[in-house]
Design a protein around this ligand. Structure first.
Ligand code: PBG
Length: 328
């Protein structure tokens, strides 16, 4: 007899499709990246990230309240540091009255229950645009880890709930964990960017923060000596397992879409929550194609977000978060 099993039966109506749908997106899935700048009344669009903005502190509170109203309960903060405050060691990163520290307090004042995560890396503070301290043309690991510990402590003292080290130095998770424990921040979590690849998809983000590595003959122009080679798969598991052993509460794969094989590999092997960062270049690509009328923005966006979750992403950091929840 012609097939007993007809797969199309489960696709006949919207209701049956809804009933058997395996992956459902909710506002609980998202972590919203926010870019903060000095100044007053500033809400400036990032040219390579249409409809995404940098906010000054006086406008940040309103934006956060709007996110909360939409059901978005977690933010990931990044700051654009004035050029004159940058140096090789990222000294400004530990200024108790620095932009990040004030931003953390601003978010907490506006919305006390909002979960605040902060980016921990030197690049926005570095004259060289590197995530670590540069010595003799190299990004030095251990001195950078010390700086990251100081930075983490400073964020925790300002009220951050989770620290998100995005620097890819070795051993930083354990050192940061110990620093937090030693100082009584036992409930402050760590979301480690554990499998972060040296990717060309970060371009628009570096425009947003003016944080690209400088072009100079004695300094590496890229981040390949610390971020992972995108040709590698097993290394992602080693990196991630080590960060978990060192005390990471949440791990991350970054970028998103090109790396969903890695997300699934990790999901099959580890049992801590996995965050996926759908990065700036991924956002820019869809915005550009949609502007040209070549792709249906909302349809492609939902397909991409669903694919990230289906692959095993428990938490999605995405510039589309607001757009997505408005459609749900
Ligand atoms: C900084 C950092 C980067 C991103 C998050 N944290 C850029 C980089 O590593 O150069 C990229 C985010 C994005 O592209 O959306 N350490």
């Amino acid at each position: 007899m012609f097939p007993i099993i007809r797969h199309r039966r489960l696709r006949t109506h919207n209701a049956i499709r809804a009933l058997v749908r395996e992956t459902v997106i909710t506002p609980n899935d998202f972590l919203v990246p926010l870019f903060v700048v000095e100044g007053k009344g500033v809400k400036e669009e990032i040219p390579s990230m249409p409809n995404y903005f940098r906010y000054s502190l006086d406008l940040l509170g309103d934006e956060v309240k709007e996110l909360w109203r939409l059901g978005l309960k977690s933010v990931l903060l990044f700051v654009k540091v004035p050029e004159r405050l940058k140096d090789n060691k990222g000294s400004e990163a530990i200024n108790p009255d620095g932009l990040m520290q004030r931003a953390i307090k601003t978010v907490k004042n506006a919305c006390p229950d909002m979960l605040v995560m902060t980016d921990v890396a030197l690049d926005p503070y570095s004259t060289y645009g590197h995530d670590g301290i540069v010595e003799n043309g190299q990004i030095v690991n251990d001195a950078t880890v010390d700086a990251l510990c100081d930075m983490s402590l400073s964020h925790a003292e300002a009220g951050a709930n989770f620290l998100a080290p995005s620097d890819m130095m070795d051993g930083r998770i354990l050192s940061i964990r110990e620093t937090l424990e030693d100082n009584g921040f036992t409930d402050t979590g760590i979301m480690s960017y554990s499998a972060k690849y040296a990717s060309a998809f970060y371009g628009p983000f570096r425009d947003a923060l003016d944080s690209a590595p400088v072009d100079s003959i004695d300094i590496p122009k890229d981040k390949k000596t610390y971020q992972m080679d995108y040709a590698n798969r097993f290394e992602a598991l080693r990196e991630t397992e080590m960060d978990i052993d060192e005390g990471a509460d949440i791990v991350m794969v970054k970028p998103g879409l090109c790396y969903l094989d890695i997300v699934r590999d990790l999901k099959n092997e580890i049992d801590v929550p996995i965050a996926v960062y759908q990065v700036s270049g991924e956002y820019a690509m869809l915005k550009a194609a949609a502007e040209k009328g070549w792709l249906d923005h909302d349809a492609v966006m939902m397909e991409q977000i669903t694919a990230i979750k289906r692959a095993g992403g428990d938490i999605i950091a995405s510039y589309f978060a607001k757009d997505v929840v408005k459609l749900l």
